[in-house]
Design a protein around this ligand. Structure first.
Ligand code: CP
Length: 307
């Protein structure tokens, strides 16, 4: 891996377990400083971070913005509609211009798998992948893993079930890479059209039997149906999907006593998860969102300071 690549966070597939742990441990320190109101922290003072979000986002964009500001960086957020991409400028030219304007790092969300890698080869500044198509969403997986560690302790041997639309999910892929590196057992569950057996080759257990996947889990992560990436329907109807694969109260009774429920958001209440379960005591969904700030502080601190 050359120096330029090591400055970017493109995904969890190519980073070692030790690097994941170091990001999580630093996030824990940042979380403590934030909770003690010992902010702002001047580690990124003088750095200019550009949030280039070319797909919609609530959690990721805002958390990266808060994280950058808490570390005293200057942060500018751009959406596709507010950029000259709408006038026909290419992604490459957009990035080159952002670099010419003095960016020290670019956080990018894009609908195309490989877009973050492409930018990392095109420009000199670090690239942080905030989601590239169905490929990877490393900062989301890191905050998920952070939350899992906080709730379950050491993840080695823990059983994590990810239930829903795995095929089109960058969150599922990044979590798989990260979790298996930390020794967890990952089960992908859902309809066969959205959870193909091919994922076994990547290290996941694949099942279409939801009850088994829930009974064994220490944690279950629900994923919404990612309609924006599907050109055809993968099941007869949403109501049928909910009936067979949604997490409802009756199915939640199968979970272990201390099992927790996660969701990366956005939630489609009443589809992949019953609305009451999203707010129940087992749910750590909003804690995931809050942890996203400290985790992204740790990511920015690591990848934006070595230039
Ligand atoms: N989980 C996640 O990526 O949420 P946003 O799309 O709101 O950023």
């Amino acid at each position: 891996m050359n120096q330029r690549f090591s400055q970017s966070l493109l995904g969890l597939e190519d980073i070692p377990a030790a690097e994941i742990i170091s990001i999580l441990d630093q996030a824990q320190k940042f979380k403590k400083l934030v909770s003690q109101n010992e902010t702002p922290i001047d580690l990124l003072k003088g750095k200019r971070i550009i949030n280039l979000f070319l797909e919609p986002s609530t959690r990721t964009r805002i958390a990266f913005e808060i994280a950058a500001k808490t570390l005293s960086a200057e942060v500018i957020s751009i959406t596709e509609k507010s950029s000259s991409l709408t006038k026909g400028e290419t992604l490459r030219d957009t990035a080159l211009n952002i670099q010419a304007l003095g960016a020290d790092a670019i956080v990018i969300r894009h609908s195309s798998p490989g877009s973050a890698l492409f930018l990392s080869k095109t420009i000199e500044v670090p690239i942080i992948n905030a989601g590239d198509g169905a490929h990877e969403h490393p900062s989301q997986a890191l905050l998920d893993i952070y939350t899992l560690r906080e709730k379950l302790g050491e993840l080695h041997g823990k059983k994590i079930t990810i239930l829903g639309d795995i095929l089109f999910s960058r969150v599922a892929r990044s979590n798989l890479w990260g979790l298996i590196k930390l020794g967890a057992d990952v089960t992908f569950a859902g309809p066969s059209t959205l959870v193909p057996r091919e994922f076994e080759e990547l290290g996941a257990t694949v099942t279409h039997n939801i009850n088994d996947a829930l009974m064994e889990a220490d944690a279950v992560m629900l994923l919404r149906i990612q309609h924006e990436r599907q050109s055809s329907s993968h099941f007869p109807s949403l109501s049928e999907y909910t009936k067979i694969f949604g997490l409802n109260f009756q199915r939640s009774e199968m979970l272990k006593k201390d099992a927790i429920i996660l969701h990366p958001g956005p939630i489609n209440r009443g589809v992949e998860i019953d609305s009451n379960l999203a707010d129940c005591k087992r749910s750590v969904i909003l804690e995931q969102v809050s942890n996203g700030v400290a985790v992204r502080m740790s990511i920015l601190n690591k990848y934006c300071r070595i230039i």
